[in-house]
Design a protein around this ligand. Sequence first.
Ligand code: PPS
Length: 316
Amino acid sequence: MNQEHQAVPTGGQPQIGEYRDDLHAETLEDIQIGEYGYKFRTLEGLMLPPYVTPSRYQVSRTIATRPDDVCYCSFPKSGSTWLANILYLILNDDLAAEDRTLRSCLHWMESSWTYPRSREEVEALPSPRIFKSHMPYRMALAGGPESSPCKYIYIARNPKDVCVSYFHFESGKAWSGKYHGTWEHWLRIFLEGQVQRGNWFDHVLSWWEHRQAENLLFLRYEDLKRDFEGQLGLIAQYLGRELSDEVVARIKNATSFARMKATPFSNHTQISDFEGFFRKGEIGSWKDQFTVAQSEEFDRHFQERMEGKSLRFAFE
Ligand code: PPS
């Protein structure tokens, strides 16, 4: 492990209680409740979880970044935690120390809840720092690839699996107002873009349009599933690291779905309300949820929104 990383103070890892308005919302006037109790706030026209507060958002937009920092971004439920673990292992010589968790090694500036480190704390940390963000391009950390020197990685996943994964993740959770809508309702609001983090198509395409930027790497969950070594090579090259075959094999093993689910470092068990986070980890589990008619309607919507775009996804 490198010396810089040893200097990062993480302390013990206490249990993180569930999201609470009185502790994490910062302001209550702008919290809204939609159908089936769905809770959200809107910033710059984007529906967001209530723990993305105006002041945290401002910090995320203006935090100073450095060329050897990395920020991974995605629409929720796109495999970002998997990518985070891979990044951690690439940047930390493949050693996951026992006194910390993946969460404690990441900086999620836009969140007041599970990662609430101040600007000062994060700015005092040595690079490489790993930032997490679920923002669309126009609201990216530190102004985004055009104005920040940090290396951005966006990961996208086919929207049918995202929609199903997100439905299970949002249902009954404190940060969603214990949303209790039906699958049919969720599918409708997902396609309308009326969910936290907004419209999937707008989000993904906003980053895709900038994929040529030197400091942006665009990845897909399905590619990572099907060609792990190839994608790991791309990520390592982008970060300017060389990985031996042995390290590649170790990272692959350590970040398998089964290992991440079983390992305290990565399995998020210290966060309340995160039960079921490691749900299936597959391509195509949407088939267990969609009816044929729903799938056909989704496909029509997908064709309309993706027409003329070169972005493709594997759905099975
Ligand atoms: S979050 O809450 O938005 O940050 O979620 P995110 O981490 O982006 O995505 C969660 C989904 O990724 C699956 N996952 C994995 N798939 C394959 N391999 C590994 N190692 C892995 N780790 C997490 C996780 O199970 C969620 O997908 P679903 O379909 O719900 O299982």
